[in-house]
Design a protein around this ligand. Sequence first.
Ligand code: NAG
Ligand code: NAG
Ligand code: NAG
Ligand code: NAG
Length: 349
Amino acid sequence: MKQAIWTFLLFWSISLTTGGDVTVTCVLTSDCVLPCTSPYYDIIHWYKDGKSSSVHTFYDKADHLEYQDADFKGQTSLFNNQISQGNTSLLLRAIRFQDEGRYKCYTATSSVNKEQFVWLKVKVPVKWVDIKMTSEGISCSTKDVFPNPKISWYRDGSSENTFTVNTQGDKESLFSLSSVLSQSVKENTTYSCAISLGDESQNYIASLRKENVEIYPGQDAAIHCPVSQENPGINITLTFGESSITLNYSQRSQPHTFRGKTFHLAHDGTITIHNLESDKDSGTYICESLTTKSRGVVHTLLKINSANHHVGVGVGVGVGIAVIVIIVVIGIIAAIIYLIRRNKGQGVM
Ligand SMILES: *[C@@H]1O[C@H](CO)[C@@H](O)[C@H](O)[C@H]1NC(C)=O
Ligand SMILES: *[C@@H]1O[C@H](CO)[C@@H](O)[C@H](O)[C@H]1NC(C)=O
Ligand SMILES: *[C@@H]1O[C@H](CO)[C@@H](O)[C@H](O)[C@H]1NC(C)=O
Ligand SMILES: *[C@@H]1O[C@H](CO)[C@@H](O)[C@H](O)[C@H]1NC(C)=O
């Protein structure tokens, strides 16, 4: 009895609490480590706010799961081979929504103890953003994310605010978002939407751009793919009608063939296609680059003018204009010479 009081007093007087709580963000259904280190690791109790039983208990060099809250059964473990180095972190497997909350890492020896707190937040990151042109403007949408998504829009990098947002979902379920930037899509302009979750600053960015390219048969066509220097696409997909090819940006030096034509992918994302024919190869080429944090799409409308017609008309008109100009110039010079001569003749007389 006396010893118990002493122990209590000691614990009470030498109890150490760290200043700030740590926050860890764990991905739903993934495993997650709640970090904790302590020089006092003979006794380790992990608790969660709102639960009277422990999340995980360890003493006498072994786990004591008879004290564990039933809700955490089979979900927890310590890094037993690292405890003697002061690693008292908790591994929580297959994170669920209800795991969100504040955890206490209580560590002790027979004379000293330490309490540290870890906030666990659950997230489901943005894996994909659908960006497309619609009759109302440009739309971005995503689904199955957590927590609440927020969106910002940019036009050539400048912030835009003429957009609508519709968010669905709540705490304890997944969110979806759809948004429309009500502007007509202009050529050579990059429209992008950035989606972030909760109060995170980390974004998923999707961008869309429309370009027009006009060439003559036999010329090379340059199709732009949205590759940024700091975030080059992992995968680049070129699509034309039903055909598509996916390239690995880091292996771009290899030669590629698309619809029977060879092409090159340059460092800046430009795809150069050779030997195009007007009837078969005119149309919309879509190039898309994908990383884990971004998706960029460029629609290129390629127009291949049938050569002879245009070149013929061009040359014809050019020659015609040149002949008329020469005739007019000769006529003017002849008239000036005639007038000068006539004036001179009158002067002599
Ligand atoms: C504890 O060990 C685990 C497993 O090796 C590691 O993931 C974790 O980062 C370590 N924690 C600390 C605080 O050292
Ligand atoms: C878009 O860019 C291309 C290539 O730089 C250029 O030829 C074209 O005239 C531009 N179009 C507009 C509408 O500015
Ligand atoms: C792309 O190339 C990189 C580097 O060569 C390689 O590590 C990666 O696995 C490749 N990815 C695919 C999808 O082929
Ligand atoms: C890139 O392509 C490979 C193979 O098609 C695929 O396994 C991988 O998930 C892709 N990477 C991204 C970031 O989409």
